[in-house]
Design a protein around this ligand. Structure first.
Ligand code: GAL
Length: 707
């Protein structure tokens, strides 16, 4: 029967029907989402935020006309406009927004409509003060900022549902509305909520999770420090600001993070369900999560049509590559976001991409000339369907005055970033002429396809108990990502429940909390021919964050074919050495000492300290596949890159090593290379390639596109 599903007899209508049904299911929501909302032949569409409520209505048409002239294809409204949409409780005013939609449409701009729940109006917070977040200090968040509302507040949920319902009824069948964005960067920007509604909801969440207080005590390890609870009603939201010494039950704090992420996801789902009740199926529903923010979990909202992200590569927080790296951004950052947000539904877009200088970094440098255009191409390269930029006009007042727009403070003159957007949009219009449907990924590239398995639990757990101040889970993961990209590897960052069989290579970086089923899944993956790379800290704890009663890391010893006898770490100013293939590498963050079993090969050993000569990178065959364990975390990622290269090459897969700072991606038949480094690099196109975009020299911030 299975065979006839895959290989139907064309003359047999029953088999053909089954086959077609199978195809339909196999291509499921992902491909479907793409077809429904985005036209593949457009490759990518580019738009920009606009705040009609902030500008003189007489300027709206001029602004939309300029947007169109610059090349934009859509605009984005209303994510902060609750006060204007519902000026008093239950009284809605859509006249102004209707006018803005009409004028945008007159200038051929589709509209992404947003729900305004990020910024409640003052009538709301004054009448129902319980909707506000209470900070760890016990102070209530104040009106006039954003994301200061409580996800857990039933009143806020009710009022949000009402305004979203009113909007969805009004715009849900308006063909000028392309889709919906829920809220704005859902998060509390790092704050946790200690208000009464959150407290009540947390206790209910715990009751549901644990059932009995005894089960909770066991999971939380409360027998230590007399922490035992006798009733759920005694439990308070873990508050780091109220601790005297040590961490009160790390498991309770992970639960707090899990709860917080669940509350956020539920609040988004509430809005998603409300919109979907009224809106046409041709309108998408998404939200714009902050890239790299770790308090909420974008992957929890599988119910959205897709998730999108916001991205600011240069805001004083990156050194990048070389002297001008702080103006160019980290080479891996946009690619990682693409490969993190896309796999959930096979579709994504960037909802905010930096337009130029911003206002909120520790300092705010000008991006390197051409960098904005390079970011646009880098976003395109990740297979995205749209790019939206924040924002069209530089604000004249309010909290973000120094933030650039596409046009400057006079409202009409394109700034540097604006000009680069226009250039990019012109280039995309040209590229569309070269588009061919259903082009297959080149074989050599596809052979390297790698999944990185990731979850938020490990981020939260290792942040709470880092063991060394140098540990940063996200940096560890992105280090592997960057190392893979320097080998020109297509990567997808996926959750642990993902079927791994389509990836020839899988990296499991610092996946500290595991259970038997997960380790069994990884074992099967390798046995079936997959090549698994497992790194430091993986498998140390169970899902409650407890060490199992067994040898250190016993959950993974038979998988990796080695015992981990101990680990070490050094201070920031001291480095130790290890050796692999005659090359020396420096490290100080984390090093595991390994005792390989018979049949396990040693790839790298420590070269100094009292454990010199001990193995730290091993490789073994397992069934038809292999398992490599990388027991050291370095700062510069060079060891990690060398190990990965060896994993590919010993398994007969050729890689293409890139100069530091260069990112190469493939989509829809096009190769896109971006140079994030501070100087020109020597980079050769493959023989027979036709260059479609780019000059002779591959200088800083330059982009080459070829096919
Ligand atoms: C984003 C945010 C926008 C705006 C922007 C400024 O993180 O979603 O509303 O504040 O930053 O760069």
């Amino acid at each position: 029967m299975l065979l006839t599903i895959y290989y139907p007899n064309r003359q047999n209508p029953v088999q053909m029907k089954r086959f077609l049904l199978f195809l339909l299911i196999a291509f499921s929501s992902q491909a479907f989402a793409q077809k429904q909302f985005f036209k593949p032949e457009k490759l990518i569409e580019t738009g920009v935020y606009y705040y009609p409520e902030a500008w003189n209505p007489e300027q709206w048409e001029r602004d939309f006309a300029n947007m169109e002239k610059m090349g934009f294809e859509f605009t984005h409204f209303a994510e902060f406009a609750w006060a204007q949409i519902e000026p008093s409780e239950g009284v809605y005013d859509f006249k102004w927004l209707d006018k803005a939609v009409e004028l945008a449409s007159k200038h051929h701009l589709k509209v992404i409509m947003c729900t305004p729940s990020a910024t409640p109006p003052v009538w709301l917070t004054k009448k129902y003060p319980e909707v506000l977040v209470v900070l760890p200090s016990g102070q209530t968040a104040m009106h006039g900022t954003r994301e200061h509302y409580s996800w857990s507040s039933p009143k806020y949920q009710e009022l949000t549902r009402k305004v979203v319902e009113a909007m969805a009824k009004h715009y849900g069948n308006d063909s000028r509305i392309w889709g919906w964005q829920i809220d704005n960067e859902p998060s509390h920007y790092g704050a946790l909520d200690y208000g009464t509604p959150a407290q009540i909801s947390f206790r209910n969440w715990l009751k549901k999770k644990y059932g009995t207080i005894d089960a909770l005590n066991k999971a939380w390890g409360t027998s230590f420090w007399s922490g035992i609870y006798t009733d759920f009603e005694q439990i308070e939201l873990p508050n780091e600001g109220r601790l005297i010494s040590g961490v009160a039950s790390p498991t309770s704090q992970i639960d707090m993070k899990r709860f917080n992420a669940d509350e956020c996801a539920a609040f988004i789902s509430l809005q998603n369900n409300t919109i979907k009740q009224y809106a046409s199926k041709s309108q998408f529903v998404t939200t714009n999560f902050m890239n790299g923010h770790t308090d909420v979990d974008p992957w929890r909202n599988k119910d959205l049509d897709f998730i999108s992200y916001t991205m600011y590569p240069v805001a004083g927080y990156t050194e990048g590559v070389g002297d001008q790296g702080f103006r160019l951004g980290d080479p891996w950052r946009i690619s990682f976001a693409n490969d993190f947000f896309r796999p959930l539904k096979g579709v994504t877009g960037v909802m905010e991409l930096q337009p130029g200088q911003v206002n909120w970094g520790s300092y705010n440098p000008q991006p390197y000339p051409g960098a904005v255009r390079m970011w646009l191409w880098n976003a395109f390269a990740g297979g995205l369907d749209f790019i939206c930029s924040y924002r069209f006009r530089q604000p004249a007042s309010g909290g973000e005055q120094f933030h650039y727009g596409m046009v400057g403070t006079d409202g009409v003159t394109p700034l540097n970033g604006g000009k680069q957007y226009s250039q990019f949009m012109g280039e995309i219009r040209e590229l569309r002429k070269q588009y061919k449907p259903n082009v297959q990924m080149p074989k050599e590239y596809a052979a390297r396809k790698t999944a990185i398995v990731y979850n938020m639990d490990n981020v939260w757990e290792t942040t709470l108990q880092p063991q060394t101040f140098q540990w940063n889970e996200r940096n560890h993961v992105t280090k592997y990502y960057n190392a893979l990209k320097l080998l020109t590897v297509p990567v997808e960052v996926v959750s642990e429940d993902r079927d791994l069989s389509s990836y020839p290579f899988v990296v499991v970086p610092a996946f500290q909390m595991v259970d038997k089923a997960l380790v069994d899944k990884w074992t099967k993956y390798a046995e079936n021919g997959g090549h698994l790379v497992v790194t430091v800290r993986t498998g140390l704890k169970d899902r409650n964050g407890h060490f199992p009663e067994g040898e250190w890391a016993c959950a993974i010893t038979s998988l990796i074919g080695a015992k981990i006898t101990m680990n070490d770490m050094l201070g920031a100013n001291k480095t130790a050495k290890l050796a692999m293939n005659g090359n020396e590498y420096k490290w100080n963050n984390w090093g595991d000492m390994l005792e390989p079993s018979a049949g396990t090969e040693v790839w790298a050993t420590f070269a100094d300290q009292f454990y010199a000569g001990t193995a730290t990178v091993t490789n073994r065959k397992l069934g038809k596949g292999t398992v490599t364990y990388v027991g050291t975390d370095t700062d510069d990622g060079k060891l990690e890159q060398a190990v990965l290269k060896q994993v590919f090459e010993t398994n007969g897969v050729k890689v293409q090593e890139l100069p530091e700072g260069v990112m190469v991606n493939w989509r829809d038949g096009f190769w896109i290379a971006c140079n994030y480094s501070s100087s020109a690099v020597k980079f050769e196109l493959p023989q027979g390639a036709t260059k479609l975009v780019g000059g002779n020299e591959f200088g800083s911030a330059q982009v080459w596109v070829w096919k």
